[in-house]
Design a protein around this ligand. Structure first.
Ligand code: 4FL
Length: 239
């Protein structure tokens, strides 16, 4: 069981994205829980303002420390001191998200995601509450909501009970560091293309060997970086 807490100015956007399909089912069944906290609900400003100009000048507004801190405290207070919790801030300046981080975070009981907007968040509150700065890739978005949703999807599918039997096999593809082999379904011939003969042979050992070979070939061609890592990890076996 992992409880996801998302601090955001756009709670409906996050909830819509995460309540569909597999994650929605998982939340209903209790394998995971997903809650959003609207940062705007915690502003002390009488007009509901959560942003202000930056000291030193320049274009753009910054999310202020106070509403972010109070929204965080409302969650931290409910989680309690007994349960450790990581606070993930989504930012292009963070460490790039990967399968290994997803695996690690899927072991936690509570994860808090902080989604920034405008030009970012006042550095002082980040210093006090954030434990992990994470990027999902080298591009600029309008806010941290989509990156948080990407991370939650990748983490949640690793939580026991979230995927059912038919869905869980997929986990292996990145698990061993290779790309997935090509797959085929009916019919046997489509647009004059035949399904590779070996897959119809019923010889499971041969099928497995063919799939591994396809995975290796694809990884070597499309992701030489992953291929080099795989070779390094399997160097002992070859000797
Ligand atoms: C966060 C981009 C994480 C990529 C704008 C605000 C971002 C982002 N990974 N862009 N946050």
């Amino acid at each position: 069981m992992v409880a996801f807490h998302i601090l955001t100015l756009f709670p409906e956007m996050v909830m819509q994205g995460l309540s569909a399909s597999i994650l929605g089912r998982a939340a209903k069944s209790g394998c995971i829980s997903i809650e959003t906290v609207n940062i705007r609900d915690y502003t002390l400003d009488k007009h509901g303002k959560v942003d202000d100009y930056t000291y030193g000048g320049g274009a753009g507004m910054l999310m202020q420390a106070q509403p972010v801190y109070d929204a965080y405290q409302s969650v931290a207070g409910r989680i309690g001191q007994e349960r450790a919790h990581r606070v993930v801030y989504l930012t292009p300046q963070g460490k790039t998200f990967c399968q290994e981080m997803a695996q690690e975070m899927a072991q936690e009981s509570d994860l808090i995601f902080l989604c920034g907007h405008y030009e970012g968040i006042d550095e002082r509150v980040l210093e006090e509450i954030v434990t992990d700065e994470v990027s999902i890739g080298d591009y600029v978005l309008t806010g941290g909501e989509l990156p948080a949703m990407v991370m939650i999807d990748a983490i949640a599918r690793l939580v026991p009970g979230v995927l059912h039997n038919g869905e869980s096999a997929q986990t292996e593809s990145f698990g061993d560091g290779l790309l997935e082999y090509p797959q085929y379904s009916r019919p046997e011939v489509w647009h004059e293309k035949r399904v590779p003969e070996i897959l119809l042979s019923g010889d499971h050992a041969k099928v497995d060997a063919w799939r591994l070979e396809q995975s290796l070939q694809r990884t070597k061609e499309r992701r030489p970086d992953l291929y080099a890592k795989y070779q390094e990890a399997h160097a002992v076996e070859k000797k």
